[in-house]
Design a protein around this ligand. Sequence first.
Ligand code: CMC
Length: 426
Amino acid sequence: MSENQALLRIEGQDIPLSIVQGTEGEKAIMISGLRQKTGYVTLDPSFMNTAACFSKITYVNGEKGVLRYRGIPVEELVKIGSFVQTAYLLVHGDLPDEEQKRSFSALLNQHSLIHEDMRHFFDSFPRGAHPMHILSTMINALAAFYPNVDLLSLAEDIEISSARLISMIRTMAAMAYKKSIGEPIVYPRRDLSYCANFLNMMFDSPVAPYEIHPETVRILNTLLILHADHEQNCSTTAVRTLGSAQVNLYATISAGISALSGPLHGGANQAVVEMFRTIRKVGSVKTFLEQVKDKSNPQRLMGFGHRVYKTFDPRAKLIKQECHNYLSRMHINDPLLDIALEVEEAALNDEYFVSRNLYPNVDFYSGIVYRAIGIPENMFTVMFALARLPGWIAHWREMIGTDTKIVRPRQIYTGHSLRHDERNWR
Ligand code: CMC
């Protein structure tokens, strides 16, 4: 047996299995042919220990708290400070040069308006509808307006559909918000950068012109960069799974948005702020943590814990720092930040959280920054979707570019054996 093989002994038979290794030394045992050779499948509920694909997009080291997009640490990308360049990096593999930057921005500008007929869709949603539901519906509807997405045979079509999504999601998100508060919608402007444009569409009004503050543009870029991809998370897995069935790109992204909306995934940022408010009302961090630790209570400490990170989430570290800086530069005093700091300190010194390696994740401080920007709480997860879009597109493109088979896991059936209904139905 070679060094690149593992040996599985099963029912007296030795089965050699290939070992593959990633560029950062991660090792995996290939089991694709196992059932054919032995009749066995492997069982790994919730994919706790399963790599589902090869990917060149994002590297996460959960033990060391490392996150890199296309090899570049997120800390460096935050210094560059442009979400659009990060989106280009994820989708195309390298940061853009000046010419690529210009043509990518032009493409985003060109596709920033949504079809006028789609605008009327917003009128049909009930006033209190959650913006994530509106967003996933609107993105799905894009396929009806741009039907050539079903083919996407030309590289140019893929380029345009990707740019359309990245640009339009921002217009749709702002429109959903304006609708929800009964204000006239604000159209995108060519002279504004991606984030400045979004802020303007969200907050400008005919009676109170919005002043775009460069600090707000900067922090929004930072937040979007830090959320832009996270390898095979739940929503990305949804995207890759649908994509493998050759579902159109818009429906695929719509499924990613739906997956992201769950409170254990992207919905956590809204749940975190709601939790801080509850703690403030209860008046005691200690009492709240006791409830969280009580196994008969389903309440979790939202914004804490991660499937991959067993140390500090590097995104949480950066956002905490940026949160402090932004609030102090903008002279904002948020009592929920004090609660957050108190909860973090208490949890990091509590045996329950320490022994389970539970640390603040990306969602712990992001909601406080969004509040400071003026983004309403029911839009927090929409902000996550807007940021994660380049990641989803990059994974979809990577997947269709490789010879991927339709995703179709096996199961271990545990239901009834063959039985018949003896009743006479006639
Ligand atoms: N509060 C209290 N206990 C927790 C928490 C938490 N936030 N997270 C994990 N645990 C406990 C859990 O009860 C279990 O304890 P025990 O071993 O005694 O049964 C142990 O820690 C392991 O938890 P798990 O559920 O097996 O871990 P997981 O990898 O399946 O779950 C998670 C990861 C993110 C779903 C979970 O930590 C969680 O529910 N966190 C709160 C929700 C949250 O903040 N989600 C955002 C994740 S980051 C953004 C994103 O990628 O979407």
